[in-house]
Every structure is written in C-alpha cells, then in structure tokens.
Design a protein around this ligand. Sequence first.
Ligand SMILES: [Zn+2]
Length: 239
Amino acid sequence: MIQLELLWQLQKHYLELNKLERKLKNLNKKDEIEELKVKIHQYEYDLENKKTRLEVNNMKINRYNSKVNQLKYEVKEIEDKLYSGKIRDIKQLTYMENENKKIKEEIEKIETEIILLMDEVDNLKGEIDEVEKTYDELKRNLKQTITENENLIQRVEADIKKEKEIIKEISADIDENSLKKFYTLLKNKGKAVVEIEGDKCTGCYMAVPLSILSKLKYSNSITYCDNCGRILYYKKQEE
Ligand SMILES: [Zn+2]
C-alpha cells in the first residue's frame, strides 16, 4: 500500500484506540455499582435496626406476660382469702379489696401495653419482609451490573488489543522518517493527516494552492499543508 494511504489508515486506528481508551477509563457503570453498594448498606442497616426492634418487643411481651401471670396469681390468692370467710376484720377486708382492685387495674394496663406491642411486632414483620425483598433485589442488581461491567471492560480491552496490533502492523510498512513526522504532528496537533474538502485543508480550513491540489490528485507523495503543516490527504472516489 502507498505510504500516504498507510498513514491515513494508521491515524484512523489511532483515533479509534484513543476513543476506546477513553471509554475504558469512563466506564460509567463504576458509579452505578458504587451507588448500588451504598444503597445496599442502607438497607442492611435498616434491616438490622428493625430486627433488633422486633427482638426487643418480643422480649418485652414475654416479660409483660410473666408479670401478668404473676399478678393474676396474686389476685387469686387475695380472692381466695376474701371469700374464705376467715377474715372478719372490716378494715382488713377493705384493704384487701382495694389491693385487689389496684392489681386488676395494673393487669389491665399491662395487657393494653402488650396489645400495642403485638401490633408493633406485626407492623415490623411486614416492614422487614418488604425491606428484605428490596434488599435481595438490589443485591441481584449489583451482581448483574458487576458482571455486565466486567464483560464490557473485557470487550473494550479486547478491542484495544486488536487496535494496537493493527497499528503495529501498519507502522511496520511505513518508513521511519514519515512515521516520526506523523507522531510529532499527532502529538502536537491531534490529527496528523487531514482530508482536503473542496480546495480546503480540513486541519486549518485554509485554501490549498492549485498546484498542490493537482499534484495530490495525480501522485501519492506525502505533501504538507503550507499553513498548518499537517499531511494532506486527497480522498479518491471509492469504487
Ligand atoms: Zn492546513
């Protein structure tokens, strides 16, 4: 292949390589993965909190239930005595009846508390189920996103490797001097080889003299733009 055409191809693959390397650097799923991880931590924390509250409530319910049993036993003892007919002292009877009433009120208070706690336990169980569902879903999402990201990285890395090989192959066929100039231009100007559009250099948009234009049309020598110094490329009509 002619040198100019090789340089044109070389630049094409360099630009593609740059694009791929930028893509690899900015693989946007990284942010997505971080975001998911943060969310999962929040749900984990929430779940732990709710489970602790559930445990505490269950403990309270157990404690209140034993307290109620104990108080009911006390009531029974007092009532046994009251109705045994053995106590005849009015004062003592009144005292015991008051005591009995107080304990029964206490039982009622604790039982109301137990009902409230049991309601809360039911709510918590429902909330835990919901949070667990979302949590599992997020974890599945994370796993899938990580796999997808790894696949994407692998694909881009494979493409980069391929481009580098092509660049090496093309470079091997270009003379050293042209290659050196090409790299200097690429480094300093972003593009080393530029197309001519109409009569303009697309590197600097200045008109290219007719003499150069016709020279380019009929020969394939490497010609530089008088104005910007880039290598001029005249694209022949394909087919
Ligand atoms: Zn130019």
